[in-house]
Design a protein around this ligand. Structure first.
Ligand code: APR
Length: 474
């Protein structure tokens, strides 16, 4: 979808290290949870003073709990949407990140957010009216209304902030400190119906932050935002994040290309369906043909093809995968100074390369792609930069851009170099391709295939992978 997202906004997301995201009911609207003040909003259907005040609870705790348990039922049936998932991916990317949510539905937590302040509490917790303890209340519908505290038998109330009640002091300190330090504040899906989001944004602006609002309509926040992206959070956030990540990766690649003599070798690794080709295509477009993309999908490439590409494959390499042939190809690609006869873009390597598809280019950057690039550390050694999609970050070399398990380009959240990447401490990694599954274990001697199942119908390395295969560590 063509969204009107300015370069300023993409640059703000790409350049920031300290980010605050403030969300309201609008971010959960596409998960099917009604907002409060919009069309069909809860305050249009129910009277807040009858249900969401200490007086209402004192008057009729059962009625209040009936309403909250009804909302809990809605929240339990709802799923986090793409916007929640992007906010969780941002948390893994930025050096300093705080999510301030007014929502009590628990969807951010279910999407993976952890560095989060639920300023209005959560419908999934109760607070004892007798001893003040706060307890988890995950079962819905509740067995009894009002629910009782197992510890002391006291009546539990929803652990949320009602109208007329104050925010906890710690919550205000944490949120205003984050706002003061932020370089970028994203405000998503809130009307500013209660003043906290606006107060936080004013504080952040005064401290020099860029403020960007995402909302389907204007709100009380709009007048204090630098940029407004009008539309649904579930559509805008994924696209905005995709562009910011792409732009960040392009900067990384360009910086490294400038620093090194000769050709920069960039690898895109990950299992099938991770979005490698989409990323490669997007990077090729980003570099406007200063890069040539050579997909070596699954390493199952025939050597005749490599020769057709002007690359000498290892003589006699078997028709099927041969990682040394791949390593050779990558090595050749790097060494081949000057014009290189390479395909600009190949989907499949199994039929002869039509001449028209190859170009004579002097290219500073070559992107190669391989499903199992990350399984062979010595191949990594031939690459200057390896972008991992849907791979376990522990597999990445420290100086490379690692990737978190997430799924595809939209949730691409590269770990910044200065953040300590996970060290290689995982014992096994599951590589799957279709029905085939191999599990490798890393130990001092290298990588050992400890399980290879369903490989008969597979292509590439999986077809020949068998228990006990050793892959040396460089
Ligand atoms: N994407 C982005 N924004 C959306 C979407 C969407 N799909 N759908 C609705 N919105 C916007 C609406 O335009 C509105 O500005 O979300 C906002 C929802 O506003 P409210 O219903 O007022 O909810 P919120 O701002 O979270 O209310 C704040 O008030 O009633 C109290 O405790 C309650 O936490 C709540 C607080």
């Amino acid at each position: 979808m063509a969204l009107n997202i300015s370069g300023t906004v993409v640059t703000a997301l790409k350049r920031a290290n300290r980010v605050v995201v403030i969300t309201g009911a609008g971010i959960s609207a596409e998960s099917g949870i009604p907002t409060f003040r919009g069309v069909g909003g809860l305050w249009r259907t129910f009277k807040a003073e009858d249900l969401a005040t200490p007086q209402a609870f004192a008057r009729d705790p059962k009625l209040v709990w009936e309403w909250y348990d009804w909302r809990r039922g809605l929240c339990a049936k709802a799923e986090p949407n793409a916007a929640h998932r992007v906010v969780a991916a941002m948390e893994r990317f930025y050096h300093q990140f705080t999510l301030v949510t007014q929502n009590v539905d628990g969807l951010h937590g279910r999407a993976g957010s952890r560095r989060m302040v639920e300023v209005h509490g959560s419908v999934w917790r109760g607070r004892c009216m007798s001893c003040g303890a706060e307890v988890a209340l995950e079962q819905t519908p509740l067995a009894q209304l009002p629910p009782k505290h197992d510890g002391c038998g006291g009546v539990l109330r929803p652990a949320v902030v009602w109208f007329g009640e104050n925010y906890e002091r710690a919550v205000l300190e944490q949120t205003f400190t984050a706002a003061e330090q932020a370089q970028l504040v994203l405000v998503v899906g809130t009307s500013g119906g209660v003043s906290l989001p606006v107060d936080l944004v004013v504080q952040a602006r005064q401290a020099g932050a860029t403020v960007i609002e995402i909302n389907t309509e204007r709100s009380a926040v709009s007048r204090v935002a630098h940029e407004r992206l009008e539309g649904k959070a579930g559509e805008i956030l994924p696209e905005l994040w995709r562009r910011a990540q792409l732009s960040y990766l392009a900067d990384e690649i360009e910086t490294r290309a400038r620093r090194r003599e000769g050709r920069l070798m960039v690898g895109i690794a990950g299992p099938p369906g991770a979005g490698k080709s989409a990323l490669a295509e997007a990077l090729v477009a980003e570099f406007r043909n200063e890069v040539v993309y050579v997909p070596m999908d699954g390493f199952h490439f025939n050597n005749a093809r490599l020769e057709a590409l002007g690359l000498r494959a290892r003589k006699g390499a078997p028709e099927t995968f041969d990682r040394l042939a791949f390593e050779m190809a990558v090595g050749e690609l790097r060494k081949a100074a000057g014009p290189v006869k390479l395909p600009v873009y190949l989907r499949e390597l199994h039929e002869p390369v039509p001449e028209a598809l190859t170009v004579e280019v002097e290219t500073p950057i070559v992107i190669v792609e391989g499903n199992y690039l990350f399984l062979w550390p010595e191949v990594q050694g031939k690459l200057d930069l390896c972008i991992y999609l849907d791979c376990d970050a522990a597999l990445a070399r420290e100086d490379l851009i690692a990737r978190h398990q997430s799924g595809g380009l939209n949730a691409l959240a590269a770990e910044r170099k200065y953040e300590a990447n996970d060290r290689l401490n995982r014992e096994t990694v599951e590589a799957t391709r279709g029905a085939a599954q191999i599990t490798v274990r890393r130990d001092a001697a290298g990588w050992t295939v400890v399980r290879a199942a369903g490989t008969a119908g597979a292509t590439g390395p999986l077809r020949t992978a068998a228990e006990g295969d050793m892959m040396p560590v460089p």
